[in-house]
Design a protein around this ligand. Sequence first.
Ligand SMILES: [Zn+2]
Ligand SMILES: [Zn+2]
Ligand SMILES: [Zn+2]
Length: 255
Amino acid sequence: MAKLTEEQKAQRAAARARREALAAEEKDHRDTERREAWAREGTRLTWDEYKAGVPCRGCGEPMYDGLGSWPGLMYLTEEEKRDHEAMEERFRQLHPDCKSGRWGTNGSRVTHCCLCCPPPPLGPAQIEKLSRLFQSFPSAEERKKDLDAWELILTCDHVTTLIQHRENTYVRRVVDCPECQTRRGVVDSKRLGPAYTDEGVKAARSETEQARLAAELAKAKEQLRRQQQRAAATGNRIEELQKQLSPSAPGDGPA
Ligand SMILES: [Zn+2]
Ligand SMILES: [Zn+2]
Ligand SMILES: [Zn+2]
């Protein structure tokens, strides 16, 4: 069987990256639309509703059934197995085509669909914890030294810059495109270096400089190759002319 050339492999990888970026973009659009619909239709429960036991507005099931989490499946009694199977069957009936993930609350057995059911509201304790976490964050100025700039190529072929914490070695799969003013999938990404320090600017500059030098080198090599070709042709021509200048007649060799 014929093997793919390096070029064909690169083409296929690029096509795959584009396909995946478009799929991520589509999913992001669907998620955004769903969140907007939940906001419009008031699907999410307030904390008070949640505490009062109002069922999920996505599927109608209770948010919390107080039955405790399931023990591992292999430890279920016969009765629990039947209950478990009945719950699974009910979930399949409620979400026949959702093909999405599930979520549940601690201490509860009922599960909800990531597509149909908005997640439970944050309670005062969680909000308090989050705000304490935010307060302990270093200031925006402090954080700058830990931020890296990335260059992203999007599905619309626009190139944009993303700034994120250095510990993130991957970029998000979908970002806002400032040109298109919409969310776009990321086809390709490259870390440029620190976003805010002098070195960051230097890194970006040296990268451009490196690219310029590489292009110049390639051009010089091509020039040399052509000059060598011409030199070889000239050499051949000289040899030819020399032969014509002193023809050695047959039988005219040294006696
Ligand atoms: Zn639900
Ligand atoms: Zn569903
Ligand atoms: Zn764009």
